[in-house]
Design a protein around this ligand. Structure first.
Ligand code: P5A
Length: 437
């Protein structure tokens, strides 16, 4: 992408309304703009990040055996009356009336709707286990939307719903999601700590939140020093294996708390605990027949008796993650994107656009990178070198390649790693190969 033809409205000034780094940087780096309180437009570079996060979430859900579908944002109130949550949900639910005075709502979550789909189509235990998910916008009329996309009113969530014949099988589905979550967050370049949690309005007995460590986080966590030793990507995804030992290993390695708890330090010595703050990026629940019973979502078991299906639900805050990743990975100059979610891999800068040879060479490098499938943002604008460097640091692409008249004379570009700050000179003809080999 040529920056001269792109839409990247960056800001020099720090916006007054932004209280935390990620909100400030998302506005300054031209990722988002606010439409109304807690409701945002995702500008092109922000949209690319959102799609990268979404795709990694999707890949790991698929690997774990979940199946994607897409439910609407607008739901009928009837289903919520059936489950008993229509009145319970309170003011957080955006209630709408259509022209026929039918009660509708903008979905804050989809337990009711998926239970309705299930009960219409699935009748036998032979069709279980089943896990259905979608990635869809939700609306919660939060009393205090703040911190940009971290606590929005409209936000993008991945929500999966598992259906099993009995509790033992339901726990296996829960464990598969637990492991998929650890893998997902590792691939997104963040460390997320699983912590036992309250179930709140979703309900049930078993629940974990996944917390990304960041000083500005709303939850307080205590975790075991040994936590670092585990590599989530070493654990194979899937529903068939017995993942219980893996889940036990993870859950015995931390203790956690927030304002809702006291630290549960039973399993670890207090000396080994590190105290931190974090952001909830995922939340999983096992709630058995809480919805299937009132909504009569039943299957026939092997004996031909009808039993309510055992359910769980599993959420990831896709749009919140964009903020959480920045919160965990930035410096004074701007964002530092992990490569897996960076909007572009390389930022190519023409430092002396008035120099015809420099411009021809930069244009050639840009074409070669594009042909090689390297995602590159090419700053070909007629602005000064200082502004270009500052802008690249702000938007946080993993690699910067700078070429000016001096580099042309010496036959080299300057390559900078955004995360380490390390700079090196690379022969002009060797630079494209650096990103393809
Ligand atoms: C699980 C999936 C649920 O809604 N039902 C379907 C369950 N869980 S949850 O914890 O309430 O939400 C799941 C994740 O969504 C993100 N999230 C938000 N992100 C941005 N702004 C908000 N206002 C917001 N509320 C929830 C969180 O990451 C949460 O873990």
């Amino acid at each position: 992408m040529r920056l001269s033809r792109y839409f990247l409205p960056t800001l020099k000034e720090t916006p007054a309304e932004a209280q935390i780094a990620s909100h400030r940087l998302m506005l300054r780096a031209g990722m988002i703009r606010q439409g109304a309180a807690g409701i945002y437009t995702w500008l092109p570079i922000g949209h690319r990040v959102l799609q990268k996060i979404e795709n990694i979430v999707r890949e790991e859900q698929n690997k774990a055996g979940a199946i994607e579908l897409l439910m609407p944002t607008i739901q009928s109130a009837d289903l919520w009356v059936e489950s008993g949550r229509y009145d319970d949900y309170g003011k957080e639910m955006l209630r709408i009336e259509d022209r026929h005075e039918r009660k509708m709502l903008f979905g804050p979550t989809n337990e009711e709707m998926i239970t309705d789909i299930f009960r219409r189509e699935v009748k036998s235990y032979k069709d279980l286990p089943l896990n259905l998910y979608h990635i869809q916008w939700k609306f919660r009329d939060e009393i205090r939307p703040r911190f940009g996309v971290m606590r929005g009113r409209e936000f993008l969530m991945k929500d999966a719903y598992s259906f099993d014949l009995d509790t033992e099988s339901a726990v296996r589905s829960y464990n598969a999601m637990f492991v998929a979550y650890l893998r997902t967050f590792a691939r997104l370049g963040v460390r997320a700590i699983p912590m036992r949690a309250d179930t709140g309005p979703i309900g049930g007995d078993l629940s974990h939140e996944f917390i990304v460590l960041a000083e500005t986080g709303e939850s307080e966590v205590f975790f075991d020093k040994g936590f670092d030793a585990f590599d989530p990507l070493a654990v194979q995804p899937g529903t068939d294996e017995d993942l219980q030992p893996t889940v036990d290993q993870w859950t015995s390695l931390y203790a956690a708390t927030d304002e809702m708890h006291n630290p549960d330090t039973a399993s670890v010595s207090e000396n080994d605990l590190v105290r931190g703050r974090g952001i909830e990026v995922g939340h999983i629940f096992l709630f058995g027949d809480k919805y299937s019973k009132p909504m009569k979502a039943e299957v026939q078991d092997a004996n031909g008796s009808s039993v309510p299906v055992q359910m769980g639900s599993y959420g990831i805050g896709v749009s919140r993650l964009a903020g959480a990743i920045i919160e965990a990975s930035h410096d004074e100059a701007g964002i530092i994107w992990p490569e897996s979610v960076a909007p572009f891999k390389v930022g190519l800068m023409n430092l002396t656009p008035k120099d015809a040879e420099c411009t021809t060479t930069c244009d050639r490098l840009y074409s070669q990178m594009q042909e090689a499938g390297v995602e590159v943002l090419y700053d070909d604008r007629a602005t000064g070198a200082g502004a270009k460097f500052a802008n690249m640091d702000l938007i946080g692409l993993p690699w910067q390649v700078a070429l000016g008249s001096r580099g042309i004379k010496n036959g080299v570009v300057e390559l900078k790693n955004r995360a380490t700050g390390e700079r090196q000179e690379v022969a002009i003809d060797a630079i494209v190969g650096k990103f393809t080999s």
